[in-house]
Design a protein around this ligand. Sequence first.
Ligand SMILES: [Ca+2]
Length: 472
Amino acid sequence: MTFRSLAILALLSTFSLIGREKLNVLFIISDDLTATALGCYGNTVCKTPNLDQLANEGTRFTRAYCQATICGPSRASLMFGYYPYASKASGYTSGRKEVGPDKDSWPQYFKRKGYHTSRISKVFHMGVPPDITKGSDGADDAESWNEAYNSKGPETKVSGLSEQLSNNPGGLKKGTGSSQSFNVVEAEGDDLIHSDGKTAQKAIELLHKYKEMEKPFFLAVGFVRPHVPLVAPKKYFDAYPLAEIVLPPKIPGDQNDIPQNPANRRTTDNYKMDLNQQKGTLRAYYASVSFVDALVGKILGALETTGQRDNTIVIFTSDHGYHLGEHDLWQKVSIHEESARVPLIICVPGKKTAVCHSLSELIDLYPTVSQLCGLKIPGNVQGKDISIMFDDPTVKVRDAALSSGKGRLLRTEKWALLDYGKKGELYDMEKDPKQYENLFEKPEYAETLVMLKEKLKAKLNEIEKHDLYLNK
Ligand SMILES: [Ca+2]
């Protein structure tokens, strides 16, 4: 071999190293999954061994918050890096038309920086179940991906034991239609009949393919469970006998100091659910969560067997939380803790395992993962780089987290202010982490309330002033 060909060979291997030296990103997002349902977040009934294992290997964030307690705006926010207030993205949108064609989404930015980006199923917003039964793109952003796949599934049209566990599915006020009722199917057959089963299978196929690829990958995998309808293979239901299901405690008068407004109307009373229906809903939700957990396990297994675990950042989260009967509330939209807090587990190669109690927001993912992958953080994104927390989980980057639904949540370490304009809720999260005693109208907390309202106002002003079209 001549000196020249040796030099070319060395140059080529350097180039291929540049590609593979960058960490890959495996981003897994579940739909409507509350942290309280996971074993690693303290649930003693719901079985989530694979996610518990991931938490043991990575950093588990205990105070991570979504920016909106509804699918569409939450996903638009985390995927484009803007608060819902700034982008005005709400409803059935990816966020693209609101932020404009010249802004990169999180994966699009990685794509422009040399990553191969791919999507499987619901990452940007999709209607569940309509977009799933059609196998359509939903409100996807095509510019973000090199390749994208939808996972068509039968949802409630599958054979199996079918039940409707809310007696008044369409009877709530506007905005809570039948797609949000508790339809349950204990499905016959295996995982692969379902949309999520197909999603995991496609993810495994791509991980095998990417093993040989020059470029690093950004693979986004979206599961649609435990979003309703609560359809999953029967074997996951069998793990939860109805008699073993325990509802959250029912405290007399618990609903009395919660303002009646659109944020808080998804109640047991409004859904007209008896005790067995409430337990049945919880059981079906747990079955759906265990289904997702098993599929996550399969994907992580493929990451391991293809030898890519050590050079891939793994992220697991959800678009928002969910109520499972706390305060007799169900579903999302509420800005109480169970609905606004999200599970967030991030496993970064080479970093120690940790539990991080510092406040963080889903909008922080875009800048943080950019930083971890050695990419300059775009100046226009509104989240914060929290990558330092992987070296020291006690570091605090934020003094408050902000979320929104039909109202706004300002969450500091000690306080939760749920602001609905004139009315509101105030909780001392150190003394009352389950949010039973609303202090909003108590005179002795008037000063605290003023302090928190000013903090919220300052935060919102800061977001409004942040010009979307500067600093790119
Ligand atoms: Ca959702």
